[in-house]
Design a protein around this ligand. Sequence first.
Ligand code: NAD
Ligand code: GLY
Length: 359
Amino acid sequence: MEKIAVNLPADKYQILIGSGLLTGLGGHLLELGLCDKAVVITNPVVRHHYGKIIEESLDAAGFKTIILEVPDGEEQKSLQQAGQLYECLSEIEAERKTPVLALGGGVIGDLAGFVAATYMRGVPLVQLPTSLLAQVDSSVGGKVAVNHGKLKNNIGVFYQPRLVTADISTLKTLPAAESENGLAEVIKYGIIRDPELFKLIELNIGKIKSADEKLLEDMVSRCVSIKVGVVEQDEKDLGLRNILNFGHTVGHALEAVSDFRIPHGQAVAIGMLAAGRISWTVGLLNEVDVSRIKSIIKKPGLPVTIPGLDVGRIMQAMEHDKKKVGGKLRFVLLRAIGEALISDEVSAEVVEKVLKDLL
Ligand code: NAD
Ligand code: GLY
């Protein structure tokens, strides 16, 4: 098991990464001084696989366990669903010390995290991420939110958990398309911050796809360490944390223009290649590194071309990107693999040309 400490001015906690960790969850909660009642928020898919393990572990540690189930899907990340969960918490007489355990992917983590952050002005939150994306990204760093109107994650807060337990063995039941989504983010960490991780992925794609637990533990730990390092320097996303959005400026626009038919991981994959090509066009990155980026994206089957979308509409969608700063688009660019920088100086002409080349 890997233990990664998070040290923020107001919050200190650990992220545990390893196989079979959910069985020991009850003991870990007792060590944190939590006791009595525990509320697990999950969905039917994840409950089916891991509900019993969690219940047994919490029961053995003397907790009264209450499981609250919300349907599967991004649309559950809403104020309405949060409202229903507040009702349930009131009904079961959850108190300020009652921990909320978010068991699932990023949707559950964000929704349950938002509820934990706001119910009674905040109750203890424990993140139990079960998707690759949630283990390497959404459960780390304290961003919790729901969607509202047409905007994603626009009602939210920064709220750090008391503990994150990433049980690698849960990745065995993750559908292949979801693993692919998570892998795009894993590749992102290698590109922006860790050439060794980049090489590890280049050399081991077969083992990664077959969910080799030792390799996944190493890979998830590296990603989490990178994100923790960034969050410790810029918890509130005022500068450096923007580098975690590498590939997301174009990626978000592709998702929006395709009416979310292009999955997040695929959109980010194309966005990462676009950002690499922009970096090369403006003279920052060499051609060999651009080719390596293209080839690592292709290895797990992620796309490297834009499937039949209008570049004009993609450009328009980027105009609405929330990271637009002072009339200019914010891009995360590269000086080399492992060395990212934030730029507000990329011209629309360069972006348009790169996108047209990717068609
Ligand atoms: P998700 O939560 O919808 O999970 C994907 C699918 O996999 C779901 O059907 C889920 O039920 C299923 N699933 C999860 N774990 C499983 C397992 N072990 N076995 C079988 N099925 C499993 O999607 P996601 O990709 O995990 O997360 C996406 C969400 O995360 C988005 O809402 C996004 O906005 C958010 N996000 C948040 C942050 C943050 O910093 N808070 C960062 C990135 C993404
Ligand atoms: N997923 C980007 C962040 O947490 O800042």
